[in-house]
Design a protein around this ligand. Structure first.
Ligand SMILES: Cc1cc2nc3c(=O)[nH]c(=O)nc-3n(C[C@H](O)[C@H](O)[C@H](O)COP(=O)(O)O)c2cc1C
Length: 343
């Protein structure tokens, strides 16, 4: 076991949880006089072999999206040059506070897939460590209250020293193995999420009448998925649903189009089922072809619906009506940001 002398930390983060973990490890590395550098995956280009110190311990920290690492992290890992370094993979998951306990999130194939890719490139995986930070998926649940956020942050911070001591002295740390069985069981869902995330969730964000066109969401999007169409922010299929835009908009103008999603789902399941049943005699529920047609129709309807909604949003009165169909507009729903961007 060889003690670590230099560390390179690469992180991707939507709302700062992964960044926070990266910075906490940095803090412990500095305390131990280890030369440590931190890089934001969204801001650096592809890594060249000469940029990797062969003696460095590499830490990769990223949130979990749909029981996997998000595409930006997987792309980064895929394009990582070949090497022989020791690597520790860490993910931040969606944790919740339940009394004095933290309910764990689900990693799915995040560690399994990325470890396989990196092993194929010659690296030695020294650890796989999950951290259950506050869930940031504000599209589907309200933000955790301040008390829960502080509690979860403290619980995670208390764990850092133990993990840092272990991996900085070159010892393996595979805490993630604890969840291996459930991770394998849910792995098929992560493949489904890859499609749903891109074709459904990416089209769930819109800028409400409160948007003052400051352009921050466009400028700050880590994957450049937000662009200006008709003078308003418009979300493309590149969106990773990392929640950065929604949680950092100063006007809280970015909302989730719950009304659009439910409306399209109703049109699809009622109207399309009726048409298919009566015109083509296809049962949408029980026949495979019916299910395939209805799934494709949902994606196409949502794509058109999103474009149509975008045109309607130009009118401030209609924009306010659309906001009424979104739960994210309520004050109690809140927003979540782990640490300020400037840190
Ligand atoms: C689109 C989306 C999908 C998510 N999927 C998962 C998941 O599969 N498992 C999990 O434990 N947490 C999941 N979460 C929660 C985040 O992984 C978690 O809050 C993470 O700590 C956020 O890190 P960040 O602040 O660095 O972006 C998801 C969040 C979002 C926005």
């Amino acid at each position: 076991m060889e003690t670590v002398k230099t560390i390179d930390i690469f992180y991707f983060s939507g709302t700062g949880n992964a960044k926070q973990i990266a910075l906490w490890f940095y803090e412990f590395a500095v305390k131990k006089n280890i030369d440590c550098k931190v890089f934001n995956i969204a801001k650096i280009g592809a890594i060249k072999p000469e940029n990797i110190n062969p003696d460095s311990l590499i830490l990769i920290v990223s949130p979990t999206h749909g029981f996997n690492f998000p595409k930006i992290t997987l792309d980064f890992i895929n394009h990582f040059p070949k090497g022989k370094n020791r690597i520790v993979l860490m993910n931040t998951r969606g944790g919740l506070k339940l009394g004095r306990y933290v309910t764990p999130g689900l990693s799915g194939i995040a560690f399994i897939l990325s470890s396989l890719i990196l092993k194929g490139k010659g690296y030695k995986i020294l650890g796989q460590i999950p951290f259950d930070m506050p869930s940031n998926w504000i599209s589907i649940h309200p933000a955790l209250n301040e008390n829960s956020v502080k509690f979860l942050h403290r619980k995670n911070y208390e764990r850092i020293e133990k993990h840092a001591n272990k991996i900085f002295s070159g010892k393996p740390d595979f805490l993630a193995y604890r969840d291996l069985v459930q991770d394998i069981l849910i792995s098929p869902i992560s493949l489904g999420y890859y499609i749903v995330g891109r074709f459904v969730f990416a089209k769930s964000f819109y800028a409400s009448a409160n948007c003052n066109n400051c352009g921050l969401c466009i400028k700050e999007c880590p994957v450049k998925a937000v662009k200006t169409v008709n003078n308003r922010p418009y979300w493309t299929f590149n969106c990773e649903s990392c929640m950065k835009c929604m949680n950092s908009c100063p006007e809280k103008a970015i909302e989730t189009a719950h009304g659009l999603l439910i409306g399209i789902w109703i049109i699809n399941s009622v109207l399309l089922a009726f048409l298919l049943n009566n015109l083509l005699k296809i049962d949408i529920e029980s026949e495979l072809i019916g299910r395939i047609i209805s799934t494709l129709a949902f994606f196409i309807l949502l794509w058109f619906g999103y474009k149509f909604q975008h045109i309607l949003l130009k009118n401030r009165f209609i924009a306010r009506l659309i906001s009424f169909t979104s739960l994210t507009r309520f004050k109690f729903w809140g927003r979540y940001n782990s640490i300020p961007d400037s840190k």
